[in-house]
Ligand binder design. Structure first.
Ligand SMILES: Nc1nc2c(ncn2[C@@H]2O[C@H](COP(=O)(O)OP(=O)(O)OP(=O)(O)O)[C@@H](O)[C@H]2O)c(=O)[nH]1
Ligand SMILES: [Mg+2]
Length: 342
C-alpha cells in the first residue's frame, strides 16, 4: 500500500503526513491532488504565528506552549520556518517536546521547513503544510518564523493569532521594534524576563500601543491582483469589543509565564470568533494563497514556454541597460501572444 493516502493523513498517520509535506516542499507532481482532496477537511485548526528578532527565544517559547497544550490534551503541530538554512537542531530538537514526539505521542508533530528556492515558494509550501496538519486534525498549529525581514513576516501574518516576541533591552528606543512587526502583533511577549529591563520594555510597548501605533494591526495586506471586498458591517459593530493587545512577560527557559500566554491565545480566538474577524482573516488568508498560487503557476508556465536562452539573454540586456525591466516583460508577453495565435 502506498505510504501516503488521504485516509492516512486524515487519521493523523505521522509518516504519511511527513512524507506529504516533503512532497509539498519538493513540488512533487502528486502533492496537489492530495491537497485537493484534503481541502474540505481544513479550516478547523487555530493557526498561531510566533515571530520576532533572532534569538529572542521563539523556539523555547514554542516548546513550552506545545507542552502546555499537551497538558490540556490538545493536539499541537509545530512548523519552524527557517528561510536561510536547513534547520540544524537548535532548541526544538533537543527539547522534551521533541522527546515526546519521538516517544510516540500522537498529539504532537514537529516539522522544520527551509527555503529551497524563492520565498514565494516557501510561503506556499508553508501554507500547504498547514493544510496537511489542519486536515490531520491538529487543533493548534504553531508556526515559528524569524521576523528578520518582510518575507518572514508575510508567512505568519495571515495566522489567526500572531505573537511577537521581544526581549528586554528595548529601552526607550521605539525604533528598535521593526516596522511591520508591530502592526501584525495580536499579543506581545517579552521573553527573557529574567534579564534586567523587562519592566521597562513592557511599559515601552504598552505606551506605544496606547499611542495607537498598532491600531492598524488587523489591516492585513491586500495583494495587487485583487482587492478585498468590503466586509459587510457587523450588526452589533457598535458594541463590538476591540481587542486590546496584551503585553505579557515570560521566562521560557524557566517555564514561567507560559500559562497566561496560552490563556491569552485562547481568549484571542474567542474574540476572533465573536467579532466576526475569524471569518475575515480566513478570507484574507485564502485570497493571499490564491494570489501566491496564481503567481507561481503563471510564472512557471510562462517561463516554461520561453525559448531556452531567452531569460539569460534578456537579463544580459537589462544589465547592459539596453532594455528596461518593464519593456522586457512586455516583450516576453508579446512573444507569447504571437506564439499562441500561430
Ligand atoms: N535568559 C534567558 N534565556 C532564554 C530564555 N528563553 C530562551 N533563552 C535562550 O535564548 C537563546 C535562544 O533561544 P531560542 O529559543 O533558540 O531562540 P529563537 O528566537 O528561536 O532563535 P532563532 O530561531 O535562532 O531566531 C537560547 O540560548 C535559549 O536558551 C529566557 O527566558 N531567559
Ligand atoms: Mg528558533
Amino acid at each position: 500500500m502506498s505510504l501516503i493516502s488521504t485516509e492516512k493523513i486524515l487519521s493523523g498517520n505521522k509518516r504519511a503526513i511527513a512524507r506529504l509535506i516533503t512532497y509539498v516542499e519538493n513540488n512533487h507532481p502528486h502533492a496537489q491532488s492530495f491537497l485537493d482532496s484534503l481541502y474540505p477537511h481544513t479550516g478547523q485548526a487555530h493557526l498561531v504565528g510566533i515571530t520576532g528578532s533572532p534569538v529572542t527565544g521563539k523556539s523555547s517559547l514554542v516548546n513550552k506552549l506545545a507542552k502546555a497544550y499537551r497538558d490540556q490534551d490538545k493536539s499541537v503541530a509545530i512548523i519552524a520556518v527557517d528561510p536561510t538554512s536547513p534547520f540544524s537542531g537548535g532548541a526544538i530538537l533537543g527539547d522534551r517536546i521533541r522527546m515526546r514526539e519521538l516517544a510516540g505521542d500522537p498529539g504532537i508533530f514537529i516539522r522544520s521547513m527551509a527555503s529551497r528556492g524563492s520565498l514565494g515558494g516557501l510561503s506556499k509550501a508553508v501554507d500547504d503544510a498547514i493544510k496537511v496538519l489542519d486536515a490531520a486534525g491538529f487543533e493548534v498549529i504553531l508556526i515559528e518564523t524569524v521576523g528578520a525581514g518582510q518575507s518572514e513576516v508575510e508567512i505568519v501574518k495571515t495566522a489567526h493569532t500572531v505573537i511577537v516576541v521581544e526581549v528586554p533591552g528595548l529601552g526607550d528606543d521605539v525604533q528598535a521594534i521593526k516596522a511591520g512587526i508591530l502592526e501584525i502583533a495580536d499579543i506581545f511577549v517579552v521573553n527573557k524576563a529574567d534579564r534586567p529591563g523587562a519592566e521597562k520594555t513592557v511599559s515601552t510597548l504598552r505606551t506605544m500601543l496606547e499611542l495607537g501605533h498598532a491600531s492598524t494591526h488587523h489591516v492585513l495586506h491586500h495583494g495587487q491582483l485583487m482587492t478585498v471586498e468590503e466586509t459587510p458591517s457587523h450588526p452589533d459593530e457598535e458594541n463590538k469589543k476591540m481587542w486590546e493587545i496584551p503585553v505579557l512577560k515570560t521566562m521560557a527557559l524557566k517555564e514561567e509565564g507560559i500559562d497566561p500566554v496560552v490563556t491569552t491565545i485562547d481568549r484571542h480566538l474567542d474574540y476572533l470568533k465573536n467579532s466576526g474577524e475569524l471569518m475575515d482573516r480566513n478570507r484574507t488568508r485564502l485570497i493571499d494563497e490564491l494570489e501566491t498560487a496564481l503567481q507561481l503557476e503563471l510564472m512557471d508556465r510562462l517561463l516554461g514556454q520561453l525559448p531556452p536562452n531567452h531569460l539569460s539573454e534578456t537579463i544580459t540586456k537589462l544589465v547592459d541597460r539596453n532594455l528596461s525591466p518593464y519593456a522586457a516583460v512586455q516583450a516576453i508577453l508579446k512573444s507569447r501572444e504571437v506564439g499562441s495565435r500561430e
